[in-house]
Design a protein around this ligand. Structure first.
Ligand code: CU
Length: 238
């Protein structure tokens, strides 16, 4: 393999690795998930470099040469054994504590959400009801629903299903939650970036599962209020 070919292979490997990274989070909770992911990635990279490096070093350094005698043999080294027990244990404990913290943050219910949206999934569509205003957005595989929500405000989605298990996921939020018939789940989050995001059902739920999508438009609060007012009028007229 030529040097050029090696460089291309190395670049392809780096590109493949980077493409596996998480998408840029659009919510506060997702940012914590991304931070945790980055810490795990760095720790894993350090462990890999250390293990691969030590193996390579010992292979090269202690390679037998013709005429070498067998080195002194021993079967116990308490200090060394305690060290390679303690380092991984400490690493796992630190990662566990960090993960538990982020899990708590992701699962925390907002005590005073600015907007509550009741989400009902069905084969194969969505019904979004804005609590308090009665505004409803419904859509299915043929007519994708589009909801609007404010950025920077605590939001709560209550999640339910009319038939089978579905799952509520906006990939850019980096968090998702199942929608189980007969059991109300909820998901609280705060959107940090305005934008138009794709939402999907992420639990296989039958023939048109792949078309069970929605659009979430995150806008400044004032714009959200006027949208809600507009919808209320349309609903009232209709
Ligand atoms: Cu579904």
């Amino acid at each position: 393999m030529s040097t050029k070919q090696r460089l291309i292979l190395a670049a392809a490997c780096v590109a493949a690795m980077l493409s596996a990274c998480v998408p840029e989070p659009a919510d506060v909770q997702g940012a914590s998930v991304e931070r945790l992911y980055t810490i795990f990635f760095i720790v894993a990279a350090v462990v890999f470099a250390l293990v691969a490096g030590l193996i390579t070093w010992s292979l090269v350094r202690y390679r037998a040469k013709p005429g070498d005698e067998l080195p002194e043999q021993f079967d116990r080294n308490l200090k060394l054994e305690l060290t390679w027990f303690a380092i991984p244990l400490a690493t796992v404990v630190v990662l566990f504590v960090l993960s538990a913290g982020v899990l708590g943050e992701v699962n925390a219910e907002s005590p005073d959400p600015s907007v509550i949206v009741n989400v009902e999934g069905y084969q194969w569509g969505w019904r979004f009801t804005y609590e308090g205003s009665g505004v409803e957005v419904i859509g299915d595989a043929d007519d994708r629903p589009e909801i609007v929500l404010p950025v920077g405000r605590p939001l709560t989605f209550t999640l339910d299903s009319a038939d089978v298990v579905h799952s509520f996921w906006v990939p850019r939020f980096l968090i998702k939650r199942d929608m189980v018939p007969g059991q109300q789940n909820s998901l609280s989050l705060t959107i940090s970036d305005a934008g138009v995001y794709r939402g999907v059902c992420t639990e296989f739920c039958g023939l048109l599962h792949s078309k069970m999508n929605f659009v979430l438009r995150a806008v400044p609060p004032a714009q959200f209020e006027s949208w809600l007012e507009e919808q209320r009028t349309i609903d009232g007229d209709g």
